[in-house]
Design a protein around this ligand. Sequence first.
Ligand code: DGY
Length: 324
Amino acid sequence: MKKILVCGAVRDRQMEQMREAFQVEDFRGVSLDNNPALETALGEADALINGGLPITSALLDRAPSLRVIATISVGYDAYPVDELSRRGILLCNTPDVLTETTADTGFSLIMATGRRVAELDSWLRRGEWKGSVGPAQFGKDVHGKTLGMIGLGRIGAAVARRGALGFGMSILYSNSSPKPALEEELGARRCEMAELLAEADYVCVTVPLVKETVHLIGAGEFALMKPDAVFINLARGKVVDETALVDALKKGRPGAAGLDVFEVEPLPGDSPLLGMDNVVLLPHVGSATHETRDAMAQRAVDNTCQALRGETPLSPVNLDSWQP
Ligand code: DGY
């Protein structure tokens, strides 16, 4: 019987589903560091459902039967895809099922940052609300403003849709390819990133992390933004030069930032971002709702079962180099 090693947040009923046809080794919620039982299971596993085990060459050497890895994430920047392909290991991810939830998170950052929700909540709790609020507490409108999307893939499009259809925002976008259907649907306009940065009131980054997008946004890009612009990172921390962002925020350009992702996660306790009132911080929760994490785990389970049965799974990353 083929063996599936589970190192991610799969639900009990999904474990039962897999047990109907496969042997399942359960490493959910246990320490994966120096775990001898994990080493034994790795040595025999045909598939791995993964939510946090770092995939290195050394680990792959210890997993000679491994043919499938199903990550419980849409992003796969943490995986050595070329090496997996060379070894004939299929990687699968979880697109689509998290698109709308992640866009909700992005839009909540836009709203919370523009309208200073977290900052004013703290201000009120500190007992500072002693009379009418004044300009020192005012925020910035969201409706009717210009939203600049850097990256207009599935998640970027869902953020832009919320902005255009829900809040009457004008949409600018920079993307490697044009998106005529979204231009038609949302009135979005494709432009160079420099123009987008100069014109947008809200700039939201949703590009994937690949070598070309490391530090895509740095000091030069921040300098082009409007002084009161709001900058949102919903992509990956390394897409933004975080040191440059801190400097730029101190200089007031952009005026504020909403961040779900960071160069180092969890965010180190000495990060200067923690002391900045004009920054809203989230602990990488783009897809983190009960419903969506459940759907992502289900997708990973389905990908794994399909691949082990020799079928093409729903969301393969490197299908070309895989022999069932
Ligand atoms: C993803 O799925 O890539 C999200 O960022 C959660 O990790």
